[in-house]
Design a protein around this ligand. Structure first.
Ligand code: ARG
Length: 604
């Protein structure tokens, strides 16, 4: 926040050291932990040590000499504009800024920069965030929602931090699971299908569960049962073979049913305000991935065991020269010549970098696939693909239910759409009770925003590394650290401004030279942190950093709201200054909320 000032101090310190023949290296500035006033600090230890080393020591221990320099520098700086006081302690110089000037600066720049307040400078790097990539022929459950909100939040953060950002999806539209559904659908259900796009996924899932059961080996099977099961399995395999060979009937059936899932996915993404820039499909990288396998064999990286009825494998550890088992051996082509999930990720990476020219690629995928991605990235590296080191797996913990893991095969999942509908209904109930005057036509819009905000925040406020047990009552709670608590800060700010009845943009800038309350100072401190928080979250790939921040900001606003009069203030100058502060805080809240998928509402 104080880069410009620091530069000015630095020049002065340099001039002083030059005059006094003190060897000055680079100065490192650290913010002084905020304690009611803002400050920055730098140490003279390194300089004192360098002096001693250069034989210029004047016979004093380094700490004593560092303190001496600090005191001399303090003397030489004299009075500086915007600085309230300077301290020289323990070899450090501490500069404290004039609180009113900092306050004015933060408020003015928030109002001036508006939606860009807190945004980073353009970074000249293109980053792809891949997320929202469920398998098709399947419902969209609450685990997929965690993936999607995490990916979208990360994409917003990375973009706001200054990176050119591409959002990519990669639905798993082919594989044995998909074929299993297709086989059972064709055999037992063809021609029947639910109308509602949100019922089809669940219906296909039910078919999948039934099919899995038919195909599973049972205890005490009779010979007839065994024969039946094996016949079913042969049919399924035959269907996969036909798909692979491009059989028109199977392909048409597959495309029709695939479209059901994609339709639902698009609808859910629209509900969440997620706009995907690029769609990849597993089926589309199938062919190119087989070419990579050929190359890997030709170059001696992969071992082809097909002549002996085996698969094509890469002994990753051996090829990397590792003694201990780490990445293991991976199969990249089945003995029947079909590719695997891993194979396709090789071709996908190539497309991302070579066709879309991204500089970095982040994969948002749950942590059960960690080994998968380590293997994929290492095989890419062995293949000589330079950008392998620019691939990052952002893993997150698995979502399970209080009764245990979700299981598609057992048909035990919590659908996102059900939770979404329930969320809206609960908010509508609260509105009916607490805000009955809210016009009918506004209610649904507010309920959607509040319901979704609650869900988003309940996901993002948990560290992505942690597994999560999804409990609907917790996720939709309005108390404590929740989306609605944050939205309510925005509502309160809006209501103050509405009651004031003035156009804040037309109020003259304020000087904030009255006695600021701790609540105002704390609020301003929180507002000033946004830019740093965004850069940190973007470089650590951690939406949680913003989620924690936006709560603290909202909290600071609520405290201010309870303790500090705005409209009832006697002095007109103070009232105007506080109105500007409220408008600025409202803007910063909106910017931070956007990054974690919470839409602001004006009333609730
Ligand atoms: N469709 C996969 C699944 O549901 C996730 C795809 C992740 N992305 C990737 N490049 N492998 O498990």
């Amino acid at each position: 926040m104080f880069e410009n000032e620091q530069k000015v101090f630095e020049e002065k310190i340099h001039a002083f050291c030059e005059q006094n023949d003190i060897p000055l290296g680079e100065l490192k500035w650290l913010p002084i932990p905020f304690s009611g006033e803002w400050g920055t600090s730098t140490s003279f230890f390194a300089i004192a040590a360098a002096e001693a080393k250069a034989g210029k020591s004047i016979g004093k221990p380094v700490p004593v000499r560092a303190q001496e320099i600090a005191e001399q520098v303090k003397e030489s700086l004299g009075d500086l504009p915007g600085i309230s006081h300077i301290e020289a302690v323990k070899g450090y110089i501490n500069l404290f800024f004039s609180t009113s000037q900092v306050a004015a600066r933060v408020v003015d720049s928030a109002l001036e920069a508006g939606v860009r307040f807190g945004a980073g400078q353009p970074k000249n790097e293109r980053v792809m965030v891949e997320f929202a990539q469920p398998n098709t022929h399947h419902s969209f459950h609450i685990g997929h929602y965690r993936n999607t909100i995490l990916g979208e939040s990360l994409a917003r953060i990375v973009q706001f931090a200054g990176f050119e950002t591409i959002r990519a999806s990669y639905p798993g539209d082919i594989g044995l699971g998909v074929i299993t559904v297709l086989w059972a659908y064709e055999k037992f259900y063809k021609g029947q299908e639910p109308r509602d796009i949100h019922e089809r996924g669940q219906w296909l899932l039910k078919i999948y569960a039934e099919a899995s059961n038919l195909l599973a080996e049972k205890e005490n099977e009779t010979p007839e049962e065994k024969a039946q099961r094996e016949a079913y399995d042969a049919e399924r395999r035959e269907m996969y073979r036909k798909w692979d060979a491009g059989d028109l009937y199977v392909r048409t059936l597959w495309l029709e049913t695939r479209e059901w899932s994609l339709e639902e996915l698009r609808d859910i993404l629209a509900m969440m305000d997620v706009r995907i820039d690029t769609w990849f499909y597993e089926s589309e990288v199938d062919e190119p991935s087989k070419k990579i396998v050929d190359e890997l064999i030709a170059r001696g990286i992969a071992t082809d065991e097909r002549a002996n009825g085996g698969p094509v494998i890469v002994k990753i550890d051996e090829k990397l020269g590792l003694e201990k088992e780490r990445y293991r051996t991976a199969v990249i082509l089945r003995s029947d010549g079909t590719s695997l999930y891993l194979t396709k990720d090789l071709a996908l990476a190539e497309q991302k970098f070579d066709e879309l020219h991204v500089d970095r690629s982040i994969y948002v995928v749950d942590n059960r696939q960690s080994l998968h991605f380590q293997q994929a990235f290492k095989i890419l590296e062995l293949w000589g693909f330079k950008q392998a080191e620019k691939c990052f797996h952002l893993a997150y913990g698995f979502v399970s239910l209080p009764e245990g893991a979700m299981s598609s095969r057992k048909g035990r999942v919590v659908l996102f759409k059900e939770v979404y509908d329930e969320a809206i209904q609960r908010v509508l109930d609260v509105i009916a009770e607490k805000n009955p005057n809210l016009p009918e036509n506004e209610r649904v819009d507010v309920a959607k925003k509040v319901g979704l905000g609650a869900l988003a925040y309940s996901m993002l406020s948990v560290d992505n590394n942690k597994d999560m047990i999804f409990e609907i009552n917790d996720a939709l709670s309005f108390d404590g650290r929740t989306g609605p608590y944050i939205q309510n800060a925005y509502v309160r700010a809006t209501s103050i401004l509405r009651k004031a009845g003035v156009d804040v943009a037309k109020l003259p800038p304020a000087t904030y030279d009255y006695e600021l309350t701790v609540h105002e100072i704390e609020l301003i401190e929180q507002m000033s942190r946004l830019a740093g928080v965004v850069q940190q979250a973007a470089s650590e790939y951690r939406p949680l950093v913003v989620a924690t921040y936006v709560y603290e900001l909202a909290n600071a606003f609520h405290s201010f709201y309870h303790a500090v009069p705005v409209l009832q203030t006697e002095s007109n100058a103070v009232k105007q200054a506080r109105l500007r502060l409220v408008a600025a805080a409202r803007q910063v809240l909106a910017n931070a909320m956007y990054l974690v998928g919470i839409n602001p509402v004006e009333v609730m």
